[in-house]
Design a protein around this ligand. Structure first.
Ligand code: AMP
Ligand code: FE
Ligand code: FE
Ligand code: ZN
Length: 290
């Protein structure tokens, strides 16, 4: 890293190991091109991209190995889905490995059910084609969105996530990880859990602050404040809550390649918050190339 004051740190990015469009190797290359000093690879429910990202790491870039866990809060009916970023955890910890595998399977089951719903309405999409599009990575609705685009039914991913399509009419829940169990598993694996885009109400229902208070007591380390799905008021609210609870605050692009318009480094994390994450982790270390 260059001088701490100048460091540019983006702690949330996706590759083809889930629903991003750049391979892990391309992702770290793009991160260096974007002038980042630190980038985290945080694919949905998988660590499959880690090794390729490490092998391709350009000089001067530090890689934080992570994942974004699909969680759910069961304190209300129906339960509310949420995303937990997990950094620097041991990727061989058996319980966490098993839970991630279970969620990836649940994603496939849900994807197939969504496809059947679409087909029942006479929409010509095939599950086989969607799986091929995911190319072995964690399957998500962005892959189904691509099939809708290819079929000429919608023009953009954003439109595919609208209420007539995957946002509501053809939206089905999946069997996520109980969020308290996820925090516990990540900590047990030496990782650091950070709540991703906690106030992103435009994606759907959000959890109350009371839950975040409970999660902080259960081991949550931080909150992602600067994110494109948060308004300025929502960012300020998240910062205030983090200050009250002693949680660290991150900012990140949540880059997905061409599946979203946001660019790498569009939002960044302060070096102090990054240092707190590194200090709290005992699973794996950040990797810097030679
Ligand atoms: P899933 O994980 O299958 O439920 O799909 C959620 C993923 O879809 C998120 O991680 C984003 O990558 C993407 N996504 C959600 N909402 C939108 C949106 N409005 N436009 C584009 N991508 C979205
Ligand atoms: Fe995603
Ligand atoms: Fe997310
Ligand atoms: Zn994400």
């Amino acid at each position: 890293m260059t001088s701490a004051a100048a460091a540019r740190i983006d702690l949330h990015a996706h590759s083809t190991a889930s629903d991003g469009t750049l391979s892990p190797a391309e992702l770290v290359g793009a991160a260096a091109d974007a002038g980042l000093d630190v980038v985290a690879i945080t694919d949905h429910d998988t660590t499959a991209g880690w090794d390729a990202a490490v092998r391709a790491l350009p000089p001067g870039l530090t890689l934080v190995r992570g994942a974004e866990l699909s969680c759910r809060w069961y304190g209300v009916e129906p339960a509310i889905p949420l995303h937990l970023l997990a950094y620097l955890f041991d990727p061989t910890e058996p319980e966490l490995v098993a839970e991630l595998a279970r969620v990836r399977l649940a994603r496939e089951e849900r994807g197939e059910r969504i496809v059947r719903l679409l087909q029942a309405d006479g929409i010509d999409v095939s599950w086989r084609e969607i799986l091929a599009g995911a190319a072995g990575g964690t399957v998500g609705r962005p892959h189904i969105a691509q099939a809708l685009i290819r079929a000429g039914l919608v023009a953009t991913t954003t439109e595919a996530f609208g209420p007539d399509w995957l946002g509501e009419r053809y939206r089905l829940p999946k069997e996520d990880i109980d969020v308290f169990r996820a925090v516990e598993l990540v900590r047990a694996a030496g990782g650091v859990p950070v709540f991703a885009h906690p106030r992103a109400s435009r994606r759907g229902r959000i959890v109350p602050d009371e839950l975040i208070v409970e999660l902080a007591a259960a081991g949550l380390a931080g909150l992602e404040a600067d994110h494109e799905d948060h308004s300025p008021a929502e960012r300020a609210h998240v910062r205030g809550l983090a200050a009250e609870l002693g949680l660290l605050v991150t900012g990140s692009s949540d880059f997905h390649g061409t599946h979203k318009t946001v660019r790498l480094g569009a939002h960044t994390t302060a070096p102090e918050a990054y240092e707190r994450i590194v200090a709290a982790a005992s699973g794996v270390t950040p990797v810097a190339s030679g």
